[in-house]
Design a protein around this ligand. Structure first.
Ligand code: FES
Ligand code: FE2
Length: 384
């Protein structure tokens, strides 16, 4: 299946979903699964997750369209690694640790911008977009140094599917094709390279796995989100996986209209909904703006095991007019509320309950195959 086109795969999933609509069923995994609650916020395990997952696996750090012009840059802080993504004059994406070679100052503040050079705020050494040291202040006084050895430290980066990927380890390497496998075909069908980012915001959250559990969970929608968008949503998910990356959809009644429509007349953008995830930290879901909008959430561990931060990116296929940007911001306010005050509010309290020591295990149902799959896969990467 992985070798087939996105269209073929999406239509096969549609046909299977329609069978479930007719039968009133969803696919179930073989058994329930218990996992020790200690896995969530245990300090040692969390540190292992940072090292073996977040500092080893390619992470999705943004959209190629965010850095269109030469000299454009984006500076982020993820898992304590401060880094800069920048577009070189040759059009190539590069990544550097956001740290001056002189005595370690942070070169640029977190955020986006454009500049010909990076100038250190401490003693004003200058770097170009290839990371080369091109200016030493008061060079005549400084003494002999080999500037060719004093460039910025590179990080492994890649561009694929219109997205920017980084491995947060200067000594690491990146193999984005191996990481995405057949999922690249599915991501490619969105054509992210042609979308526009119209709004970004950050939401503080619980332990990253408690947050990720929620992104893989439709079971809770009509209940936890009863006061917002939930009542109309089904709580019975259907999961598909490509490697560790999962799509979650549901037997939405609206999909039944395609039952008698021949495959070549099915409109992909009407059947590719649900939630798409990228392991270990991205969730992609629709939001209703213009021709088409998506909220792409990047989830990162925080400074401690019981915290995380999520960057919500709102992207659209339309040209970003002022009106559309304002509308997106209004929807973004709603999603900040839902995630902060419903999902993460709940996750933070789960974290506190875990710390009470009252329970030793959580249980995932046969209808929660996505969560089961995520934890099983994560465990396979770790020793503890
Ligand atoms: S630390 Fe950057 S110029 Fe001194
Ligand atoms: Fe939720």
């Amino acid at each position: 299946m992985d070798n087939e086109s996105a269209r073929t795969q999406l239509i096969a999933q549609l046909r299977r979903t329609i069978e479930h609509i007719d039968a009133g069923t969803i696919p179930l995994v073989d058994d329930t699964m218990s996992i020790p609650v200690d896995r969530y916020q245990n300090q040692e395990r969390w540190e292992e997750e940072i090292e073996k997952v977040f500092k080893t696996v390619p992470l999705m750090m943004g959209f190629s369209s965010e850095l269109k012009e030469a000299g454009a840059y984006k500076a982020m802080d993820v898992c304590g690694m401060k880094f800069i993504l920048t577009r070189g004059s040759d059009g190539e994406l590069r990544g550097f640790v956001n740290m001056c070679s002189h005595r370690g100052a942070q070169l640029v503040e977190e955020g986006s911008g454009a500049s010909r050079r990076f100038t250190c705020p401490y003693h004003a050494w200058n770097y170009d977009h290839d990371g080369a040291l091109v200016g030493v202040t008061n060079r005549q006084d400084f003494g002999e140094v080999d500037t060719s050895c004093l460039g910025l430290t590179s990080l492994p980066v890649a561009e694929k599917c219109g997205l920017m990927w980084v491995v947060l380890d200067p000594n690491g390497s990146i193999d984005i094709d191996a990481h995405l496998g057949g999922y690249a075909t599915m991501l490619d069908h969105f054509d992210f390279g042609s979308w526009n980012v119209v709004h970004q915001q950050e939401v503080p959250g619980p332990n990253w796995k408690l947050a990720y559990d929620g992104y893989l969970d439709f079971y809770h929608l009509p209940f936890l989100h009863r006061d917002t968008f939930g009542p109309d949503y089904p709580s019975r998910p259907i999961y598909d996986a490509w490697g560790p990356h999962q799509r979650m959809t549901a037997p939405y009644e609206a999909l039944a209209k395609w039952a008698d429509v021949p495959d070549d007349e099915v409109v992909l953008s009407e059947i590719d909904g649900g939630v798409w995830t990228i392991f270990p930290h991205v969730s992609i879901a629709g939001f209703p703006v213009g021709e088409r909008g998506l909220m792409v959430s990047q989830l990162f561990p925080g400074d401690t095991p019981d915290t995380s931060k999520t960057i919500q990116n709102f992207i659209v296929t339309d040209e970003p007019t002022d009106e559309l940007i304002a509308l997106a911001a209004k929807h973004a306010e709603f999603f900040d509320h839902v995630v902060r005050n419903e999902d993460y509010y709940t996750g933070i309290r789960i974290g506190k309950n875990i710390a009470s020591g009252a329970k030793s295990e959580f249980v995932f149902g046969r209808n929660e195959g996505g969560g089961q799959f995520f934890h099983t896969y994560l465990d396979s990467l770790l020793d503890t």
